[in-house]
Design a protein around this ligand. Structure first.
Ligand code: DAO
Ligand code: ZN
Length: 368
């Protein structure tokens, strides 16, 4: 079949829209009609050329929602007309990682996914007979995609696609980091570095679980109003205080119980660790730093009980946990509507990237 898609031909160039050939689902695979997709910094990171694992030409996009059209042989967990969110972190429930119960990082298709291919080592996308690579196992910048069954979360049918798509990455990354990775307890103090699309989701996750002080850190005062709406109790602009670590330690009577770095800056990662409480503070790295960057701190920070951790896709096991997050949205426990600041047709997807780069949008969503 044909599908309309935005193609990344080369690093550093805008996406171009074309009719692409899409082969149908093979064994264990599913054809999905994507109804909406968010545009995320990770797509830009790859498109910019900064991602050392970026492969071109490819169809980017990893934050989508849509409907199952057709299933390949052997597929049992979804059927045509089911509503689904594609998962860049799949959940096979059989690999060593899934069975460990210690991580959400299912590895069953990791190697082919990282090479832009389906698990059998081939691509379903082509143009003029030449293959185009998949991206993060999802490629939601295509109106139709083929994905492995284990990379689909089945969600309730009353959830609107234009909001549910954000659960495919940003919402789950932020809210999940609080709930699944850090398991933040009610009454604790939480510090969030960076009040962008991920940080605001960390804030609303912390509010949902009943955190006490929720301190937002950002150099952009323009984010204060929305962060307060999402549950931030205190705002600190690092440019307005002397030493940010000392300031937070003072504000939290000895340090934060939990901190989250949502920017991808190794300097902020250090501050995020060092502002946590001696003896038990935990700091989670969520932001993706540029390739080759390294973190540092004095080892005594860890000797004295602070813990440095990380979280990918919010620690969520996609097929199990994503439907729960959709419920939280539908039950009004989390707010997605106010984070989706722009909607665009596929033809204007490059404008969505510009809005993100200039900081004008929190999330832009492409509607097919
Ligand atoms: O190695 O098992 C693996 C896959 C790890 C996937 C990590 C994805 C991180 C994407 C971060 C996006 C944050 C906005
Ligand atoms: Zn697995």
């Amino acid at each position: 079949m044909k599908t309309r898609a935005a193609i990344a031909w080369k690093a550093g160039e805008p996406l171009s829209i074309a009719e692409v050939d899409l082969e149908g689902p093979r064994a264990g695979e599913v054809l999905v009609e994507i109804k909406a997709t968010g545009i995320c910094h990770t797509d830009y990171y790859t498109l910019s050329g900064a991602d050392p694992e970026g492969i071109f030409p490819a169809i980017l996009g990893h934050e989508g929602a849509g409907i199952v059209l057709e299933t390949g042989p052997g597929v049992t967990s979804v059927k045509p007309d089911d509503h689904v969110i594609p998962l860049y972190t799949p959940e096979c429930r059989q690999c060593k990682f899934c069975l460990s119960r210690k991580t959400n990082l299912c590895q069953s298709i990791r190697s082919t996914q990282g090479r832009g291919l389906m698990p059998d080592g081939t691509s379903r996308f082509s143009l003029d007979g030449k293959p185009l690579f998949h991206y993060m196992g999802t490629s939601t910048f295509s109106n139709y995609i083929v994905v492995p069954e284990i990379a689909l979360a089945k969600i309730r049918e009353d959830a609107p696609f234009d909001k549910a798509c954000y659960i495919g990455c940003g919402v789950t990354t932020g809210v999940g980091a609080v709930v699944f990775s850090a398991k933040v307890e009610a009454g604790t103090n939480v510090v969030v570095f960076g009040l962008g699309g991920i940080g605001l989701n960390v804030i609303q996750g912390a509010k949902m679980v009943g955190a006490d002080k929720i301190i937002g850190i950002d150099i952009n005062p323009g984010r204060v109003e929305i962060a307060k709406k999402f549950g931030m109790t205190h705002f600190v602009n690092p440019n307005e205080v002397g030493n940010i670590v000392d300031h937070i330690v003072q504000l939290t009577d000895g340090g934060a119980d939990f901190s989250f770095e949502c920017v991808g800056s190794v300097q902020l990662m250090r501050q995020a660790l060092e502002c946590t409480h001696k003896g038990w503070g935990q700091s989670f790295i969520i932001g993706v730093a540029a390739a080759g960057q390294e973190i540092s701190t004095r080892p005594f920070q860890l000797v004295t009980g602070r813990q440095w951790k990380g979280s990918a896709f919010g620690g969520a096991r996609g097929r199990t946990d994503v439907p729960k997050i959709v419920d939280w949205y539908m039950d009004g426990k989390i707010n997605i509507d106010d984070l989706i600041t722009h909607t665009l047709p596929l033809e204007r997807i490059n404008e969505g990237f510009e809005l993100m780069k200039s900081g004008q949008s929190i999330r832009s969503v492409v509607l097919y």
